[in-house]
Design a protein around this ligand. Structure first.
Ligand SMILES: [Cu+2]
Length: 157
């Protein structure tokens, strides 16, 4: 009798239904989550792509480090050193501020930027900024904070 009762009990238990019933709920939840994260992923990729194509930098990145000699300007003693610089088009010039004062590296003359200045970078004390000289021409460079600071960069083909 004991055995029979036990078997009966096992049969009554709707073990199959019990197991199956929660399964679809779980998987549908999972599907929902996966779809949500897929959407998120797509959104992030779209944003990243938009940001990448939006940046207007047509300059080709040089294959190596910028040349230490011609691509380096020291901003020291409230002067650009050297005050006359000639580089080839595509050169990245690094302006290293040795002063304990902030400067700007601005396309302009006597502290005033030219109209539609090609660059105008603020430079904290002892900071470094870089300017890509992509096109040929003669570029006056000044500091908006100190109008006596002037430099001329000549960019050759
Ligand atoms: Cu300055």
């Amino acid at each position: 009798m004991r055995r029979a009762r036990k078997v009966n009990g096992d049969r009554r238990r709707p073990s199959g239904r019990r197991f199956v019933y929660p399964a679809p709920t779980r998987s549908s939840r999972l599907l929902g989550r996966t779809a949500a994260s897929l959407l998120l992923f797509v959104a992030v990729v779209a944003t990243a792509c938009a940001g990448g194509s939006g940046s207007p930098s047509p300059m080709p990145s040089p294959p190596g480090e910028p040349a230490a000699g011609p691509g380096m300007v020291e901003v020291a003693g409230f002067k650009f050193v050297p005050e006359a610089l000639t580089v080839k088009a595509g050169t990245t010039v690094r302006y290293v501020n040795r002063d304990r004062a902030a400067h700007t590296v601005t396309h302009g003359r006597d502290g005033e930027p030219v109209p539609n200045a090609a660059f105008d970078l603020e430079q904290e004390k002892e900071a470094t900024v870089e300017v890509d000289f992509a096109t040929t021409g003669v570029f006056p460079v000044t500091c908006r904070f100190h109008p006596t600071m002037n430099q001329t960069v000549t960019v050759t083909p």
